[in-house]
Design a protein around this ligand. Sequence first.
Ligand SMILES: CCCCC[C@@H](/C=C/C=C\C/C=C\C/C=C\CCCC(=O)O)OO
Ligand SMILES: [Fe+2]
Length: 665
Amino acid sequence: MGRYRVRVATGNSAFSGSNNQVQLWLVGLRAEVELGLRLRPARGQMEDFEVDVSEDLGPLQFVKLRKIHLLIKDAWFCNHITVWVFEQSMEEKEIVFPCYRWVEGDGIICLPETTAWMIRNESQGLFQKHQEEELKARRTLYGWVSWKKGIPLSVAAASEKDLPLDARFHEEKKVDFERTRVVGVTEIALKRLYTLLSSWNSLEDFDQIFWGGKSALAKRVRLSWKDDDFFGYQFLNGVNPTLLRKSSSLPTRLVIPPGTEDLKAQLERKLQEGCLFEVDFSLLAGIQANVIQGERQHLAAPLLMLKMEPDGKLLPMVIQLQLPGSDSPVPPLFLPSDPSLTWLLAKAWVKNSDFQLHELQAHLLKTHLMAEVFAVATMRCLPGMHPIFKLLIPHLRYTLEINTRARTKLISNGGFFDQAVNTGGGGHLDVLRRATTCLTYRSLCPPDDLADRGLLGVPSAFYAHDAVRLWDIISRYVQGIVQLHYLEDEVVRSDPELQAWCREITEIGLCKAQERGFPVSFQSRDELCHFVTMCIFTCTAQHSAVNQGQLDWYTWVPNAPCTMRQPPPTTKDVTLEMVMATMPNVHQACIQMTISWHLGRFQPDMVPLGHHKEQYFSGPGPQAVLNRFQEDLYTLEREIVARNESLDLPYEYLKPSRIENSITI
Ligand SMILES: CCCCC[C@@H](/C=C/C=C\C/C=C\C/C=C\CCCC(=O)O)OO
Ligand SMILES: [Fe+2]
């Protein structure tokens, strides 16, 4: 018995309130009581009321709530319920029941209090029963599907409309997304009209469609894209810093034609000096090229060799556009000393190939689709009261919807890839399949990946430096939360939901990825922390590193052509007509610019890394861990700002304030 003050907090997004009435129960260890209230929750409001309860409820464990609709069903977004207990001779006690979900229909929803997971074993199985019912419902809502064979599984949803309401964009996000899509389509149409009668026979003609919405760096790209150091820089710190690796030997595919022995000597010298680097696009070899409006597009599978200069500049040394084969046992090598247009076209072929592997492998597969697997497995295996659910859920916001939209608009039949990209038309799916077969756990963990690629401690590798710093900061955050909940390794080993989550990711979502180093169980807190750090890094920092740069590096189309309309050159006499006949045409270029702007622009409702408002945890312990996380991020922010001040090209993509807390675009 005692007096209770109850606070009902409603979400702040549009339509979060409800005209339906809400009924509440307090459920204690010894009894439960219906509060007899009928409140209509209002958007952005916290509504308090007090009740005297005659029964002895015992320690509160749940709040139960139900929305009652007479005529119209009106979903309600409940943030949380907070209860203060005033009991005789005891000071007031605050108990929080997080929700952060839509309340639809008229079923009863059970909210466990925030520390429930810690006391679940002593509570007569009440929490166990709740968890089982919750997961049974979630497994119905969040199903797996194989969208295309050979790539990670996705959420079962033919379009975003089929997703559960809790996985959908909130109104503000949806309106912004749809508005900018309309702006994009309109811009494409206007540019087509504007260029209908204009010439398209010089590289400067791309200026005609290089309109607003571009960044300062995009304008710099337009001026500097032909320069070799600017070209090389992008493999370290551009939109795709994931392919460059330090050479440990001359690649076997690099067949040196007779008469170019001095090139071989230069390469070997750079190799000995430890400053030879390579980017190998062999993954594209043999991929079927797209046919766009009846016009066969073309693909290459380049190898690029570069040298790291003492001043940190990375300069291209040689480009081989095709793998040696029966029809071309010694493919021509293109050099900086070649005629300027020849060398420019060879570099363009490298950047077109980089566009394919960036968008499909680094961006879509290694961030978006990985995050989707984490999201579906989390919803299917971890109950809302589980600490790893609470830790991860803010980093999974909106990901299922943006990925579903990508499957229906970008990589679908007739989508962006089919309309304007030379791996479109099905080749893009083969690239995804090939990339999946070489998707290792190590490649998703920067300390391992960058060590394997020889990029640790390289002064001009700013992505590498910032990625390792962020990994360490996120790792400390994860360890802080894990150590509060798992007091020894045995607790990890004996957590059935956690072990099921791990297996669901590796064996189901990633299709038996244990062969590629992914775990099928966690034997220690360290193993758990490493994996969860990888999940959060992938959903935040890594996506930021490969997404934001689309606006800067892809809107000047010649710097990263989305398609190539003529075969790669086999001789050194390249004309401007050949270059323009190869580069994307006006329509394809317009589409590339629009998509790059739409996907790379700053999201107006973005939540910066570590600054989500939802409070799934409560108490001083988790709050102190989160506070330390935010402080560490702020320290890194200041470090990066200071470093960037001395750079001609500041590297901004891993500045914490620019990293979104989840993959939402
Ligand atoms: C190649 C895949 C990149 C990774 C996925 C991407 C997500 C994109 C999700 C949705 C894009 C939807 C529509 C495209 C936007 C505007 C197009 C305007 C013209 C039109 O055809 O509608 O990561 O960011
Ligand atoms: Fe993205």
